[in-house]
Design a protein around this ligand. Structure first.
Ligand code: PEP
Ligand code: MN
Length: 275
């Protein structure tokens, strides 16, 4: 049994990452490009998403690409670029680790380390990332049951690192119309099983920019703890995941709608009496 990740007997865990927090009843937005591509790209994006209300910036420096011929990320240079951009924007950064050899650099420069879907059951990597002491964003693998997600989290918690945020990013479905199958019910069931915060990643779940806004709103209405979305200054030119990137206007609109939704949820309007 996943003793440490289990909700039994535990209140909700709040994970703090610099000025951002997950699990305190707020809905925390992480936004940024799939991959860090240049100083200008990450600086512009970090500044914009900060001004629109994001709490954290994302950006990949080591990219897990299906094809070895695809853009693999800027590596250490990219990590330094996002760290500088985030310092300028005043927001914490999250970057994915693919291997233990990258942890020293990530631990030094970023505020949270992501374990991506492909590495959810890379147990030695989970233990090593836990030992950095940095908060961990742990993504569900596309083939993983919820119990397997919680056992993966347990590897991190067992190393003495309590700061784990879980992320639903879609499981492998049967219909290529969406990249994966966004499992909102599974994410809600996870919240019944664990005290850890759970956020949504509709970008990788659907692969389509048009579906990001409604799914973030659905995740917020359903009571998840936040969302991570891909935003790019010029989506058609993105070096990875171009089809799922929001442009700045779309992200600003999403944040406005999210704020309106949160306001309406907080005011808990009574249903009109049936006539
Ligand atoms: C990512 O967030 O950049 C990523 C590769 O996501 P996932 O691991 O969910 O595919
Ligand atoms: Mn991506």
């Amino acid at each position: 049994m996943y003793k440490l990740a289990s909700k039994e007997g535990a209140g909700a865990t709040v994970v703090r990452v610099g000025s951002a927090s997950f699990g305190d009843g707020s809905f925390t937005m992480i936004a940024g490009p799939c991959a860090i591509e240049s100083r200008a790209q990450i600086e512009l994006t970090a500044k914009f998403v900060a001004s629109a209300g994001a709490a954290m910036v994302r950006g990949g420096a080591y990219k897990p690409r299906t094809s070895p011929y695809a853009f693999q990320g800027l590596g250490e240079e990219g990590v330094k670029l996002i760290a500088a951009a985030c310092q300028g924007a005043g927001l914490p950064a999250v970057v994915e680790a693919l291997a233990e050899t990258q942890l020293l650099v990530l631990d030094w420069y970023v505020d949270m380390i992501q374990i991506g879907a492909r590495n959810m059951q890379n147990f030695t990597l989970l233990q090593a990332v836990a030992r950095t002491g940095k908060p961990v964003l742990l993504k569900r693998a596309p083939f993983a049951t919820l119990d397997e997600v919680l056992y993966a989290a347990e590897y991190i918690l067992l190393e003495g690192n309590p700061n784990v945020v879980l992320c639903e990013r879609g499981v492998r479905g049967f219909d290529p119309q969406t990249r994966n199958l966004f499992d909102l019910g599974g994410a809600l069931r996870l919240k019944e099983l664990t005290h850890l915060p759970v956020i949504a990643d509709p970008s990788h779940a659907t692969g389509r920019a048009s579906l990001i806004e409604p799914l973030v709103l659905a995740a917020a209405a359903a009571g998840l703890d936040g969302a991570i979305v891909e935003v790019h200054p010029e989506p058609p030119t993105a070096l990875s995941d171009a089809a799922q990137a929001l442009d700045f206007d779309a992200f600003a609109q999403l944040m406005r709608k999210l704020e309106a939704l949160r306001g309406s949820l907080e005011s808990k309007p009574r249903l009109a009496a049936c006539k």
